[in-house]
Design a protein around this ligand. Structure first.
Ligand SMILES: [Zn+2]
Length: 531
């Protein structure tokens, strides 16, 4: 009985581990030199990107850091542009991103919602500025933050909001999420002027305070947390229950006038008009005319990035004069008049207060670094994973070290580097324990693996996991037994195995008195749920 969830947990970690290994392998491989080699490698790379896309867009649960994903896409694009005959028409490199889910009605886009070509270096930005600006006697660029959220298009008729649509495939159609859009308070349902026709594009996002509150609530209920604010925003906007959307505190910034019953010479003018109509427009827009000026603005945004109350993942650089955009047009993937400069993942230095060994649901022992708290990508970070003994040895990370932590695709950030110059005297290399910190049984490596396991059969740490997993939504869906309640019930001797849950009602009075599962109301609710 206590084996419940064991298989599931193993499958899950196997998939994640395999994907991580494939990503690392693909990133390490040099570009193929011959067509044969390219043809041989294309299927695996394509398949890996599809798996990552599915996890990211459909499950809102990313399996790789964004920076790694971007690099994989670039590898695929490079390969396909060198040997175009190898590219499949449905290649993920050509998709604008985000397939359609079946939950919402699909509606056609009157104006395509293209994504932007990503660039990663100053040289690429300057090359873009030279190429695009070189065709204009008086080039004028607009630089703005790239909000890390979910792109939507809003349609207004006679000043009233009539429809909200997600990007979907970007070209032809998206999902009709109007009901949910109406619950986002930052989106005006009626405009300050009764404009006859208006279509505006913007980003729905979850501000850091809303994200922290949401994950705290989910943790309290013992439910799965969102990995980052972007996934929380995407998951929320695709909720079938609009009342949940209202509670979660999504916000919105407009960034592009798609269509209106009046015209403008400059994009920046159009944005000012949107602001006058009642939209929150992406703050702090810079105007630049040279590559150097653009990079100044890009660097300024990057400096501000860590102190903003919402996530940004880059800066957008666009031609400001709308007539010039028309002239340049677009490829079938990207407009030629804009690029997105992507920042590297957020990193910050902090100090390791302690390293503890955690016993997982499967008995796996994982080292966890306890950190001096630091704010990173919308979350107050106090713990970071150190994966396993190998990882610790490779970094030579010790208690007392100052380290760089980085937010990747996972909910728990990783320690990526030790600043050795800041190491205090008297530190020692860290070794994972020989005995399980929860039950005292021997720990051992399984086969050739790098992971250490507790060998104890009745390990209480594993029981907490078994129990809270058993009660979770994925399994029996008993609300009220998160990890906290589960460990309290075990610690106070109410439960020694999962089977004990079903005789728990016999101890109702003691439970209420003891308080392990809350007051009388919560106890009765819990017992009712179990039955
Ligand atoms: Zn143990």
């Amino acid at each position: 009985m206590t084996d419940y969830g064991e298989h599931e947990a193993r499958t899950e970690s196997w998939t994640q581990g395999t994907v991580a290994a494939s990503v690392a392998g693909q990133l390490a491989m040099p570009a193929p030199g011959t067509r044969e080699e390219a043809a041989r490698r294309l299927p695996a790379l394509t398949r890996l990107i599809r798996i990552l896309d599915h996890a990211y867009y459909d499950l809102d649960s990313p399996l790789a850091p964004d920076a790694d994903y971007d690099q994989l896409i670039r590898k695929l694009q490079a390969l396909e542009s060198r040997w175009p005959e190898l590219a499949k028409p449905d290649s993920p490199a050509g998709l604008v991103g985000g397939g359609l889910s079946e939950k919402f009605a699909s509606v056609p886009h009157p104006y395509p919602m293209l994504s932007l070509l990503d660039v990663f270096s100053h040289e690429e930005v300057k090359a873009f500025a030279a190429k695009v600006g070189g065709q204009s006697p008086d080039p004028r660029f607009l630089v703005q933050m790239k909000i890390d959220g979910l792109s939507v298009s809003l349609t207004y008729a006679n000043g009233r909001l009539i429809r909200g649509v997600t990007r979907g495939d970007g070209l032809t159609s998206g999902e009709d999420v109007t009901e949910n859009i109406l619950q986002v308070r930052a989106i005006p349902t009626s405009l300050n002027q009764p404009v006859e026709e208006l279509a505006v594009r913007g980003e729905v996002f979850m501000p850091h305070p809303s994200f922290e509150r949401l994950n705290a609530e989910l943790e309290h209920k013992g439910e799965k947390l969102f990995a980052n604010p972007r996934n929380a925003a995407a998951g929320t906007l695709r909720q079938l229950d609009a009342s949940i959307v209202a509670e979660r505190g999504l916000s919105f910034f407009a960034f592009e006038l798609q269509h209106a019953s009046r015209s403008f010479e400059y994009d920046s003018e159009a944005l000012e008009w949107l602001s006058a109509l009642g939209f929150l427009v992406i703050p702090e827009i810079s105007i630049a005319s040279t590559g150097d000026q653009i990079m100044e603005a890009v660097d300024r945004i990057e400096e501000e990035r860590l102190s903003l109350p919402f996530g940004i993942d880059g800066a957008v650089i666009k031609l400001d004069r709308l007539a010039e955009r028309e002239l340049l047009g677009a490829t079938n993937k990207y407009p030629r008049w804009a690029v997105a400069y992507k920042y590297p993942p957020e990193q910050k230095p902090t100090r390791i207060i302690d390293i503890t060994a955690q016993v997982g649901r499967t008995g796996r022992i994982t080292p966890l670094a306890l950190l001096e708290p630091v704010n990173l990508a919308g979350t107050r970070v106090q713990r970071a994973t150190l994966h396993n003994q190998n990882y610790i040895d490779q970094l030579d990370v010790r208690v007392g070290d100052t380290v760089i932590v980085q937010m990747g695709g996972d909910i728990i950030p990783a320690v990526v580097r030790v600043i050795k110059e800041k190491r205090p005297p008297g530190t020692r290399p860290y070794r994972l324990p020989e005995y399980c910190p929860a039950c005292g049984s021997r720990t051992d490596y399984v086969g050739e693996g790098v992971d250490l396991y507790c060998t104890g059969i009745d390990c209480p740490a594993q029981l907490v996991r078994h129990l809270s997993y058993f009660a979770s939504k994925e399994a029996m869906d008993i609300a009220g037994i998160g990890e906290k309640t589960a460990s309290a019930l075990i610690e106070h001797g109410f439960v020694e195995s999962i089977a004990d849950l079903y005789t728990l009602h016999e101890q109702r009075d003691q439970l209420i008195e003891n308080g392990s599962a809350g007051r009388q109301k919560s106890v009765d609710k819990l017992l009712e749920q179990i039955e």
